[in-house]
Design a protein around this ligand. Structure first.
Ligand SMILES: NC(=O)c1ccc[n+]([C@@H]2O[C@H](COP(=O)([O-])OP(=O)(O)OC[C@H]3O[C@@H](n4cnc5c(N)ncnc54)[C@H](O)[C@@H]3O)[C@@H](O)[C@H]2O)c1
Ligand SMILES: O=c1ccn([C@@H]2O[C@H](COP(=O)(O)OP(=O)(O)O[C@H]3O[C@H](CO)[C@@H](O)[C@H](O)[C@H]3O)[C@@H](O)[C@H]2O)c(=O)[nH]1
Length: 436
């Protein structure tokens, strides 16, 4: 099939590349000229594991192409995916200006039947709005489908190629049949393509993300309570997670959820509720607990230094919002570092992939280390914000030699507290006793 993808970010590029991998002719459109130029030169503009191999293969096979011309995109695709940003607006709602702007342009350019697929995360009713906007501009026949994306950054290629489910929201038999044909190669192991109405599809995405954010937040509260009563959240997590009704995943406590999705999507669903005269009490709490959780290490650090961190030097390991990505959107590390800088601390930072993005945001207010050990030279403490694998088994002796004092504040519970007892560190983590 001929496919166009409008918006070539984390979702659009993965979608385009994976659809090319199954033999489709894909044209990816982006407004960012520099990004398009890079991709035309064969450079993947984001860090996403395993994407480079597929990207290269499909460009070589001439199934994957890039352009800045929306006109070309509209002409090329029988199916046109919108993978555009839907960032948080000032009132917490999803900003639909990118999606509706593209819809208007599509309305002006469309010459024959097309299926317009909304892959962006959008509030209930957006498919109707997109239909209305396009209809105002043209009499040409088209269908709008809601097809929310559930991929995770860091696992995006695998998630797209082997999805646990595909949700298609459509009231058109013609569009549904095309979408089922397109996705058939991705569900050969029997995972379902669930067809439903547009509104339910739109809500499914917000419900899934908000549920997962709630699950994490619940565990963060249990962790905070563990610290009060001397219980160990790792044990509680294992004890709970073995109940298949609860499940083992997304029970890891830490310094809050971040990223480009959970924070904005929870807020957007909460705001949608408000707009429909419904108060999501649970989501209200999730938002508030997560706000506090992002900087939960700060009072611990301050208290260790008798409320004076002015002039202290800290190493910060892990800046991306989670491992295996260079994405720093709503990364808890940002909130932690801003508080530490405001308190007068100096920071030596390291992340395997997110350094360029952090440099763009923080400029010369941070010291950027070449590797994880360099970051710890002459520091008063090490602060861990993201659980990259390379941080999991450090050379503790080397760390002790590098650091002014052996102190670790771990926001992601990387180390076994029993093993840490023999390493000679002051080790404070989340929901577990402090090793002194
Ligand atoms: N990132 C994820 O893991 C993920 C997963 C599932 C769903 N989503 C949702 O998918 C949507 C896209 O997210 P993302 O993370 O890929 O965003 P992104 O910011 O990485 O990418 C968006 C791209 O769209 C481009 N763009 C902006 N305006 C444009 C226009 N008018 N025409 C063409 N291109 C334009 C930008 O230059 C950028 O490259 C959002 O709604 C998000 O909530 C994201
Ligand atoms: O047990 C856990 C699991 C995750 N997190 C945090 O939660 C955030 C989100 O993690 P994850 O869900 O792995 O990353 P995303 O790439 O943001 O993916 C989420 O958001 C995407 C965008 O909507 C969806 O498509 C995915 O299904 C959904 O998992 C990160 O800050 C993690 O550190 C925890 O704190 N504890």
């Amino acid at each position: 099939m001929k496919i166009s993808v409008i918006g070539t970010g984390y979702v659009g590029l993965v979608t385009g590349t994976c659809l090319a991998e199954t033999g489709n002719e894909v044209l990816c459109i982006d407004i960012n000229e520099e990004k398009v130029k890079q991709m035309q030169e064969g450079i993947v503009p984001i860090y996403e594991p395993h994407l480079d191999v597929l990207f290269e293969r499909n460009i070589k096979a001439q199934r994957l192409k890039f352009s800045t011309s929306l006109e070309e995109g509209i002409e090329h695709g029988d199916i046109i995916f919108l993978a555009l940003p839907t960032p948080e607006d000032e009132d917490g709602s999803a900003d639909l200006s990118y999606v509706l702007g593209a819809a208007k342009d599509i309305g002006k350019l469309i010459k024959e039947y097309k299926v317009i697929v909304d892959k962006s995360t959008v509030p209930v009713g957006t498919a109707d709005k997109v239909t209305e906007v396009i209809s105002k501009e043209t009499n040409v026949d088209f269908d709008v489908v809601s097809n929310p994306e559930f991929l995770r950054e860091g696992f995006a290629v695998d998630d797209f190629l082997k999805p646990e489910r595909i949700v298609i929201g459509s009231s058109s038999e013609r569009a549904t049949a095309l979408m089922q044909k397109l996705y058939k190669p991705f569900v050969r192991s029997g995972n379902p393509i669930i067809v439903m109405d547009e509104k339910s599809a739109e809500l499914t995405k917000y419900a899934a993300n908000s549920f997962l954010a709630t699950k994490i937040t619940f565990m963060n509260e249990i962790a905070n309570f563990c610290e009060k009563v001397g219980a160990d959240v790792d044990m509680v997590r294992r004890g709970m997670g073995t109940d298949s009704r609860i499940g083992k995943r997304f029970l890891f406590p830490g310094i809050g959820y971040g990223g480009s999705c959970f924070p904005k999507d929870v807020k957007a669903l909460h705001k949608s509720g408000k707009d429909s005269d419904y108060t999501f009490d649970i989501l209200n709490s999730v938002i508030s607990v997560n706000n506090t959780q992002k900087t939960i290490l700060i009072p611990k650090i301050e208290s260790y230094y008798n409320n004076d961190i002015n002039g202290k030097i800290f190493a910060v390991w892990g800046l991306a919002f989670k491992p295996e990505t260079d994405d720093i959107r709503e990364a808890p590390s940002i909130y932690v570092m801003e508080k530490l800088l405001a308190g007068g601390a100096k920071l030596n930072v390291f992340d395997p992939e997110a350094m360029p993005n952090i440099k763009r945001k923080f400029g010369d207010t941070l010291n950027y280390a070449n590797n994880m050990y360099d970051a710890t030279k002459d520091v008063d403490a090490l602060i861990i914000c993201t659980e990259w694998s390379i941080f999991r088994t450090p050379d503790f002796n080397k760390l002790k030699k590098n650091m002014n004092s052996p102190v670790i504040f771990d926001g992601r519970n990387l180390y076994d507290i029993h093993e840490m007892k023999g390493e000679g560190f002051y080790y404070n983590s989340i929901g577990r006793v402090t090793v002194k």
